[in-house]
Design a protein around this ligand. Structure first.
Ligand code: E4P
Ligand code: PEP
Length: 352
């Protein structure tokens, strides 16, 4: 008899359920309150009820928890300085959707050596997220694997669905049940339609497959997520943060009776993947906002302790501390400069 299933599967491992990992790294009452309150502020900004902007700032990916904590410590100090004009949320991206193949992030491969110790990945992710929430640093992440939210979503204030998965019904369903506001990136080709459709889809209730806290397969009946928003990230057709492109995005949102609120990702297609161009996008978008474009609710920067990026080598002891192992990021000095500059320019827009 020929075997007809699991032909292309090498091995299947059981994974500790969310409840077990959460018990190891529980979130405190203070952390829960902090996440709850941060989400409320983000919602108010998205609804146009707060004059501040959202600034999602941080590494392309987290590959070293100590490094992430050092980054967060710097960011906390900086966000306190600019808190009157911006709600700074740290990019704490644990899952990387690759174009083809490559390291898929700290959760998938926490030891950076293709051992795929996912249970340890979830432990490290929770350990870091608990630390951040207790230190008063809000976390934003990309929601990629549909089971991951059961492990970490209680500690996340803002999520996004990436350019490669915005068109996926599975991700839209997952988004419909997530507890935090969720941004949808336009497609890698620059197409906005898939993100607009994703907002409509995730705003509706869905019944779909997922896991519960014990790791059992379940049917999840979601209510719909009313806090979907658009993220302009540029694409193969070029950047899409110009006045013209932003006006077109707003018109498309309005035509669909969707809230005309969006975030601009200054990296990816909007920087043509050249980190030195993120500042160009940042300043342009900031000018649009200071000229009165209220629909721009926030901006995103890929930033790290040191600028640029490096290849993930087999000998990880050779990795340079503070440098991204995925997309190139701006360094800390430039991050500080861009946020402080934005703070000065946004002051006049904030009513006491
Ligand atoms: O932000 C991260 C990357 O742009 C995304 O994961 C795709 O990366 P890749 O094209 O290097 O695989
Ligand atoms: C993968 C990312 O972006 P995008 O989906 O826009 O490529 C990201 O923000 O890490």
């Amino acid at each position: 008899m020929h075997q007809t299933d699991n032909i292309n599967v090498h091995r299947i491992e059981k994974l500790a359920p969310p409840s077990e990992i959460k018990q190891e790294f529980p979130s405190s009452e203070a952390a829960q309150d902090f996440v709850f309150e941060t989400r409320q502020h983000i919602q108010k900004i998205l609804a146009g009820e707060e004059d501040r902007m959202i600034a999602v700032v941080g590494p392309c990916s987290i590959h070293n928890v100590d490094m992430a904590i050092e980054y967060a410590t710097r960011l906390k100090k900086l966000s306190d300085q600019v808190s009157e004009t911006m709600l700074v949320v740290m990019r704490v991206y644990f899952e990387k959707p690759r174009t083809t193949v490559g390291w898929k992030g700290l959760i998938n491969d926490p030891h950076l050596d293709d051992t795929f110790d996912i249970a340890e990945g979830y432990r490290l992710a929770r350990k870091l997220l608990v630390h951040l929430a207790e230190a008063g640093v809000p976390a934003a992440t990309e929601a990629l694997e549909p089971v991951t939210p059961q492990y970490i979503a209680d500690l996340i204030s803002l999520a996004s669905i990436g350019a490669r998965t915005t068109e996926s019904p599975t991700h839209r369903q997952m988004a419909s049940g997530l507890s935090m506001p969720i941004g949808f990136k336009n497609g890698t080709d620059g197409d906005l339609q898939i993100a607009l459709d994703a907002m409509t889809s995730s705003n509706a209730p869905h019944s779909f497959l997922g896991i519960d806290g014990e790791g059992a397969t379940c049917v999840i009946h979601s209510k719909g997520n009313p806090w979907g928003h658009l993220i302009l990230r540029g694409g193969r057709s070029g950047p899409n943060y110009s006045r013209e492109k932003v006006a077109d995005a707003i018109a498309q949102l309005e035509k669909r009776n969707q809230q005309p609120r969006l975030l601009v990702d200054c990296s990816h297609g909007n920087s043509l993947k050249d980190h030195t161009r993120q500042a160009v996008a940042w300043r342009d978008v900031l000018e649009q906002r200071t000229e009165g474009c209220r629909a721009i609710a926030g901006m995103m920067l890929e930033s790290n302790i040191k600028p640029g990026n490096q290849k993930l080598t087999e000998d990880i002891s050779q990795l340079e501390y503070g440098v991204s192992i995925t997309d190139a990021c701006i360094g800390w000095e430039e991050t500080e400069q861009l946020l402080l500059e934005a703070h000065e320019r946004l002051k006049s827009l904030v009513t006491a």
